[in-house]
Design a protein. Structure first.
Length: 410
């Protein structure tokens, strides 16, 4: 009996028991599709995080103030103190102090209600310097960004994000329009080009004004001279580590801190953000893939169960074939091929369902699903191996049947 004859016989056996074979294939299909989709969700999440971090700006360091401690001993989180000032930013911008730092952008922000005629919209008002545009890797879609003259004179001018402009005026063609912020009229002198979202924050829903203007006309309280964040752009990706060291040393010196563990600021960079987020995504991907692999195991047990039933039902057929001279190896091959076909068909259909799900799911869950070719081909291979592995015992049992006992069975 040739391999082709064995394959044809296996296909006929699967066709004869269509419902039973279909249910077995379904178990493997679900497992394969689950593995492909969980791996795709994990890779998609990592790619999304990387893109979001890159959207913060190139070669970026983010300096945040330290924490506060109340009179009752209650400690605030990082960023709750007012330990960073504009003087710190100016010192870091010096090429003598920090030659590996290309630009520095101190910022302060607060949630404010913007009013334009009868329309109003609450958004984050960011006070910063002209270098913010390049440090944050943003571009303009209309008008001009803040200038050094605006910063020097604390000019009442504002640059709106695309979303903010649309919410206030119904369009982004708003250069020259007037907006009232904290009771002060501002002139719109530019609109930022859209850049999407970073996590839960919409980068296009913002209003940017000169830092001096924010400190004098918008900010209130004793901490109005401090800044909330200092964005530092290194001269290159390779110089990011050097820029980190220079910024850290300079701030420790400016704040008269001799013990690094007592630093009243924190510095983070893109690499650490990407590494941390990717690590979390990878862990979740492995966890979900492990859960999906359990369904593959269940599918494999289903294959073995079906093949054992098939052996039981076909005892007389096996006995007759052995009586006519079929060797045990031929009987074993027959059932192994049937089990492998069940696994392969389930793997192929599962891959098709996984690919289709990767196309449809992003529209339903608003999260990207990346197709991984190694995961797809690997899953199909695993499905085939599962069919073979879980078919070994039923095939061996069939091959060991004595012809006289098999022919005598009812």
């Amino acid at each position: 009996m040739t391999w082709f004859d064995t394959l044809a016989t296996s296909l006929e056996a699967m066709r004869t028991h269509r419902m039973r074979s279909a249910l077995t294939v379904l178990g493997i299909l679900i497992g394969i599709a689950a593995v492909i989709l969980t791996v795709g969700l994990g890779i998609g999440a990592q790619q999304q995080v990387t893109a979001q971090v890159e959207a913060l700006g190139t070669n970026l360091l983010i300096i945040s103030p330290g924490s506060t401690t109340s009179t009752t001993g209650l400690r605030g989180g990082f960023g709750s103190a007012s330990t960073l000032t504009q003087a710190d930013a100016q010192s870091l911008a010096s090429p003598v102090v920090a030659p590996d730092i290309a630009a520095v952008a101190p910022t302060t922000s607060s949630s404010q209600s913007l009013v334009a005629g009868s329309s109003n919209w609450t958004t984050s008002v960011v006070g910063t310097t002209p270098s913010w545009l390049s440090v944050r890797a943003r571009t303009m879609s209309a008008g001009t960004f803040l200038t050094n003259a605006d910063q020097a004179s604390a000019a009442p001018v504002v640059v709106l994000g695309a979303t903010t402009a649309t919410e206030l005026f119904g369009s982004t063609d708003v250069v020259g329009q007037s907006v009232t912020i904290a009771g002060t009229p501002f002139t719109v002198q530019g609109v930022l080009a859209p850049s999407g979202s970073t996590g839960s924050a919409n980068n296009d829903d913002t209003a940017v004004i000169p830092l001096s203007t924010a400190q004098q006309r918008v900010s209130t309280g004793s901490s109005r001279t401090s800044v909330q964040t200092i964005y530092v752009q290194a001269t290159s990706q390779a110089a990011l580590s050097s820029a980190y060291q220079e910024a850290n040393s300079e701030l420790l010196s400016l704040h008269s801190i001799t013990n690094v563990s007592n630093a009243d600021f924190t510095i983070t960079n893109q690499a650490s953000l990407v590494t941390t987020a990717a690590s979390v995504s990878k862990t979740l991907t492995v966890l979900l893939a492990g859960i999906a692999a359990i369904s593959l195991l269940v599918g494999g047990i289903g294959v073995m169960n079906i093949m054992l039933v098939s052996v039981t039902e076909r005892i007389r057929e096996i006995g007759l074939r052995k009586a006519l001279g079929a060797r045990p190896s031929l009987i074993r091959r027959q059932f192994l091929i049937e089990a492998a076909l069940l696994g392969l068909v389930g793997g192929l259909l599962g891959a098709a369902v996984g690919i289709l799900g990767a196309k449809v799911l992003p529209d339903l869950i608003s999260n990207p699903v990346a197709l991984s070719m190694p995961a797809i081909f690997g899953s199909i291979t695993v499905a085939l191996v599962i069919g073979l592995v879980f078919g070994v015992y039923p095939a061996s049992r069939a091959a060991q049947l004595a012809p006289i006992d098999a022919l005598r069975s009812e």
